[in-house]
Design a protein around this ligand. Structure first.
Ligand SMILES: Nc1ncnc2c1ncn2[C@@H]1O[C@H](COP(=O)(O)OP(=O)(O)OP(=O)(O)O)[C@@H](O)[C@H]1O
Ligand SMILES: [Mg+2]
Length: 227
C-alpha cells in the first residue's frame, strides 16, 4: 500500500536573480512500513523535501499525498490538524517545550487535538523509550539521548502515517546514536511505522530498506537495499 505519493514537486526560494531551486521536479512513492534514508550533500534539498512531506512548508508546484489526502489542497487550519495527526517530526535539536515535563511533552499532540490519552499505549511508549524514571523531568534536566527519546515519543503518540526525521542522531555520541537508531528501527519493524530519515552517516543509511540520494534538488539515485 502506497502511503506517500510525491508528484512533480518543486520548491524555489527567492525571486529573479537570487532564485534558488531547492527542489526540482521530484516524484516518487513510499510504501507503508518502508524505512527510507535520504542522503545528499549539504544544500542539496533534503530538509526542503522533508518539510514538504511534512506539510510544514508550501511547494512552488507539485503535489504530496499522504494516505489519501492531497495535502496542499487543505487550508491552513485543516493542514495543521492533518499534520498533528498524521505526521511525526523528529529534529536534530529535539524541539521540546522547555516548560513541559517528559509526560506532558509526549502527550502534547493528543491534548492539542482534544483527545483522551490511551493510558495503555502511553505506558507502552514510555516503557519502550526507557523514560519510566524520568516522567516529571523537564527537558533541561535530561541528557541529549533522553531528550531525543522524548521527541520520538511525541512523534509516535498520535499513531502518525509517517515519521519524518532530519538527522535525528546528528547531535548525539555514538552510543546514544545507536540507541536512537535501534528504537526507530524497532518502531518501524514491530509496528510497521513508515519512517523517512535524513542522514549524513553512511552506516545509518545502510540500516534503511531504501536509499534516495539527492543532488541539486533532484533525485539522482533511488535504490532498494533490503526488501
Ligand atoms: N528559507 C530559505 N530561503 C532561501 N533559500 C533557502 C531556504 N531554505 C533553504 N534554502 C536553500 O535551498 C537549498 C536546499 O536547502 P536544504 O536546507 O533543503 O538543504 P539540505 O540538503 O537539508 O542541507 P544540510 O545537509 O546542510 O541540512 C540550499 O541551497 C539552501 O540555501
Ligand atoms: Mg538539512
Amino acid at each position: 500500500m502506497k502511503i506517500v505519493k510525491v508528484e512533480h514537486l518543486s520548491k524555489e526560494y527567492g525571486s529573479r536573480e537570487t532564485i534558488v531551486k531547492a527542489l526540482d521536479d521530484v516524484s516518487f512513492t513510499i510504501d507503508k512500513g518502508e524505512f527510507v534514508a535520504i542522503v545528499g550533500a549539504s544544500g542539496s534539498g533534503k530538509s526542503t523535501l522533508m518539510h514538504l512531506l511534512g506539510g510544514v512548508d508550501q511547494p512552488t508546484s507539485g503535489k504530496v499525498w499522504v494516505e489519501d489526502t492531497d495535502m496542499y489542497t487543505l487550508d491552513e487550519t485543516q493542514l495543521a490538524i492533518f499534520r498533528r495527526r498524521q505526521i511525526g517530526l523528529i529534529y536534530q535539536f529535539y524541539n521540546l517545550i522547555p516548560v513541559l515535563n517528559v509526560e506532558e511533552n509526549i502527550s502534547l499532540p493528543l491534548l492539542l487535538d482534544g483527545h483522551q490519552i490511551d493510558q495503555e499505549q502511553f505506558e507502552r511508549i514510555i516503557k519502550s523509550l526507557k523514560l519510566e524514571q524520568r516522567r516529571t523531568h523537564l527537558p533541561n534536566q535530561l541528557s541529549g539521548g533522553q531528550q531525543q527519546r522524548v521527541s520520538i515519543g511525541r512523534a509516535l503518540v498520535s499513531n502518525p502515517a509517517i515519521m519524518l526525521a532530519d538527522e535525528p542522531t546528528g547531535n548525539l555520541d555514538s552510543k546514544n546514536s545507536e540507541e536512537i537508531m535501534s528504537l526507530l528501527k524497532h518502531f518501524n519493524k514491530t509496528f510497521n511505522q513508515t519512517l523517512v530519515m535524513i542522514t549524513h552517516d553512511e552506516d545509518i543509511a545502510l540500516m534503511a530498506d531504501r536509499i534516495i540520494a539527492i543532488e541539486d534538488g533532484r533525485i539522482i539515485r533511488d535504490e532498494r537495499i533490503r526488501s
